[in-house]
Design a protein around this ligand. Structure first.
Ligand SMILES: Nc1ncnc2c1ncn2[C@@H]1O[C@H](COP(=O)(O)OP(=O)(O)OP(=O)(O)O)[C@@H](O)[C@H]1O
Length: 311
């Protein structure tokens, strides 16, 4: 295992009867980084996270969290790790503040330290106005914030986040992203699963792609990343743009209100195309990849699996 890998997963599998939820997962997450866990519905993300969080036993393979084995030493793993599940199970009649204080006590903070920590976390996730309310009155997004605060009570070195942005409004999503980046810059290893790939693009340094319970190899991910992708171009005068593209012999894709899709092999080719269009006098107002890096790779991997490509 790499010396700074705080999460190390090797050949992990878990089935439920005939359902092979996770077949063969191997990856590492480094200290001070944010790694995205990406996969289609039912690909095994939650099952994998539950195994890392000591809540489910793997049938095969090895997991190390901060050097500890979740099966042999779940207590050490829980001390090192904060876990934000996709749905918060909370004590409905207990206030937000008490929830965090009780969680702190469960992590063996003394009463004074638990109180101070609860107050800091309430401020960190912006729940001041609701601190004395019972948790049952919280909206889904507010519950997500409480769930995140609870995961941070014991200042973990490893943070597992299962769909943390679901239910959050746009402002809260930006705040979540900034908070996660800040935690990573403090040295925390973060593994985050989400379906909102554009958001992960801005948050993550690395990605693990899970497909039918297996992680895609680094070589396969690299192949998919390198595939030609569509860029989208928009001009003040769409007719002039269409004529210029035709003049340059560019085979255009679909046009919608965001612009016209053009297939481009890489950034150098994109820069060349832009220079030519501007040189031809076209007033370009927007030019960029049609989808983010993670989404492009994810779509290409899904396509190659559907088409029976190798893994
Ligand atoms: N307790 C269980 N018993 C039986 N099958 C299960 C159980 N938990 C998960 N599965 C099955 O394992 C597969 C992987 O499920 P999992 O929830 O890990 O996927 P996921 O990638 O998190 O999906 P989603 O993106 O939809 O949340 C699915 O086919 C699911 O039906």
């Amino acid at each position: 295992m790499n010396s700074s890998a705080v999460i190390a997963v090797e050949g992990v599998a878990r089935s439920f009867g005939d359902v092979h939820a996770v077949r063969d997962a191997s990856f590492e997450v480094q200290a001070g980084s944010v790694t995205a866990l990406i996969g289609p519905n039912g690909s095994g993300k939650t099952t994998l996270l539950l195994m890392l969080a000591t809540l489910l036993r793997p049938d095969a393979g090895t997991i190390r969290i901060a050097g500890h084995d979740p099966v042999a030493d779940p207590r050490a793993v829980r001390q090192a790790m904060g876990w934000m599940p996709d749905v918060l199970g909370s004590w409905g009649s207990v206030s937000v503040r008490r929830t965090l204080e009780i969680t702190g006590r469960l992590y063996e903070l003394n009463a004074e330290a638990a109180r101070t920590r609860a107050q800091r976390l309430i401020e960190l996730v912006g729940l001041e106005a609701l601190a004395e309310q019972p948790t049952r009155v919280l909206s889904r997004g507010q519950k997500q914030r409480l769930s995140l605060a609870r995961a941070l009570v014991h200042e973990p070195r490893v943070l597992l986040l299962d769909e943390p942005a679901s239910g959050l409004d746009p402002v809260a999503r930006v705040e979540l992203r900034e908070l996660v980046r800040r935690l990573a810059s403090d040295g925390v290893a973060v593994l985050v699963s989400s379906h909102v790939l554009a958001e992960l693009d801005e948050m993550a340094d690395a990605a693990v792609y899970l497909d039918h319970g297996a992680t895609a190899s680094a070589e396969r991910v690299e192949r998919s990343r390198a595939q030609a992708r569509d860029w989208r171009v928009r001009a003040v005068d769409p007719a002039q743009l269409a004529a210029a593209l035709e003049g340059l012999g560019v085979a255009v894709g679909a046009t919608d209100h965001l612009g016209t899709a053009v297939p481009v092999a890489g950034e150098a080719e994109a820069a060349q195309l832009l220079a030519r269009l501007v040189g031809a006098g076209v007033g370009i107002v927007a030019f960029g990849p049609a989808v983010g890096d993670l989404e492009h790779t994810f779509l290409d991997l899904s396509r190659s699996t559907t088409e029976g490509g190798d893994r």
